[in-house]
Design a protein around this ligand. Structure first.
Ligand SMILES: Nc1ncnc2c1ncn2[C@@H]1O[C@H](COP(=O)(O)OP(=O)(O)O)[C@@H](O)[C@H]1O
Ligand SMILES: [Mg+2]
Length: 395
């Protein structure tokens, strides 16, 4: 049996197809879903535990949607703010509460009144704020920074963690009383490798979601690529599967995904660590708004430890800085040329795919190809402005 739950449609065209539907096929996932729906109707605080990318935020949204609460769903990443900032962000402040607080502001708790507050990466909440959070939960009221007056609240709290909070309690990084208070109802989202029957239905779900946006129809997974998806360990779970499928759609030929289109990168620490050890985590993206159900996001920032993961983009930026410092003055042209050359080469001189990986139209690509000497003037036939989606593969 397969269950697909549709969540309220996103108002804008979202970059990812997240938060639109939940796919459950594996018997373990279906049992989990009915557990989640049972606890959703109560007002109990829920602690969602699972590795990164297992769908914790989506489950939190589903809890909110099925709870019948009419207020907003507000998502805040506790790892994304400094200690002073998150204090004011969560609990609000009066004007003059601290330097720069020129106006009074409601915090996320007040913003979520009548609805659900989702505190992601709760393990990153500094100890001093854990005390405050516990008090808010017990007293059902919030006191803004710089104020003495409590503001009554009706907020359902859903917290999520990808670290083992019990171990964090032992290590005295997390307060035991808050831990017990949060885990009134616990939901453990198993990693994808423990629910293999979800893999292919999810892959097909993501194909359906992305293919039309890429101007493709009825993309298939070859039998060998299905086998590869099933035998992979998915350290990044559903988020990784989504990214792998998105990328495969961009590079596949003839609307069939083959093994070589799947960028599967087994990491050595992948399958052995069910829940990450206690460690500072890099900031992660927050939720996006959904129509009908007001939703607020709290932005991202380096975490309170100042940890920022180095990405290939970071390396590029530091390379540019180095080149700028060395007095290079034609950097724009050189960078553009290198990018166009690399992408065209990566896509085996296929224009349709190169335009797709770069996220530009084929007309724009052809202009760049000509500018950088990759296309002769004789190849200069115009392309219809509406960019037909079913373009033959013209190399
Ligand atoms: N059951 C599911 N069905 C469909 N998509 C899912 C499901 N669970 C997670 N996803 C997708 O996987 C990605 C990661 O989910 P998310 O809730 O952000 O994970 P986490 O908060 O645990 O890191 C999102 O794009 C989400 O839409
Ligand atoms: Mg998350």
């Amino acid at each position: 049996m397969e269950k697909v739950l549709t969540l309220p449609d996103s108002h804008a065209a979202p970059l990812s197809i997240r938060a639109k539907a939940l796919v459950f096929h594996d018997p373990g996932s279906l049992a989990l879903l009915s557990h989640v729906e049972r606890i959703a109707r109560s007002d109990a605080t829920v602690l969602v535990i699972g590795e990164t990318g297992t769908g914790k935020e989506l489950i939190a949204r589903h809890i909110h949607t099925t709870s019948g609460r009419r207020g907003p769903f507000v998502a805040v990443n506790c790892g994304a703010f400094s200690e002073t900032l998150i204090d004011a962000e969560l609990f609000g402040h009066e004007s003059g509460a601290f330097t720069g607080a020129s106006q009074a502001r409601a915090g996320w708790f007040e913003a979520a009144n009548g609805g659900t507050l989702f505190l992601d990466e709760i393990g990153d909440l500094p100890l001093a704020l854990q005390v405050k959070l516990l008090r808010v939960l017990q007293e059902r009221q919030v006191v803004r920074l710089g104020s003495r007056r409590g503001i009554a609240l009706d907020v359902r709290l859903v917290a999520a963690t990808n670290i083992d909070l019990a171990r964090a309690v032992e290590a005295q990084h997390f307060r035991a009383d808050l831990y017990y208070r949060l885990s009134v109802a616990g939901v453990r989202l198993p990693p994808l490798r423990e629910r293999p029957a979800d893999i292919l239905p999810l892959a097909r779900h993501f194909i359906l979601g992305y293919q039309s946006r890429l101007g493709m129809e009825q993309v298939q997974l070859s039998p060998a690529s299905q086998a590869a998806l099933l035998s992979y360990s998915w350290p990044g779970n559903i988020r990784e599967l989504e990214n792998v499928i998105h990328f495969a759609l961009i590079v596949c030929r003839d609307e069939v995904i083959e093994v070589e289109d799947l960028k599967l990168v087994p990491l050595s620490r992948s399958s052995s660590s069910p829940v990450q050890p206690v460690a500072p985590t890099a900031p992660t993206a927050l939720s996006e708004a959904t129509a009908g159900e007001p939703s607020i996001d709290a932005g991202t920032a380096p975490d309170h430890q100042g940890t920022v993961k180095s990405t290939p983009m970071d390396s590029l930026v530091s390379a540019w800085r180095e080149l700028l410092a060395s007095g290079q003055t034609d950097l724009f042209d050189k960078t553009e040329s290198a990018l166009i050359h690399a992408a065209y080469d990566f896509c085996h001189q296929n224009q349709v795919r190169t335009a797709r990986v770069l996220g530009i139209t084929r007309n724009m690509l052809r202009t760049h190809l000509k500018r950088h000497g990759l296309l002769g003037v004789q190849d200069d036939e115009p392309i219809p402005a509406h960019e037909p989606t079913e373009m033959p593969d013209l190399a």
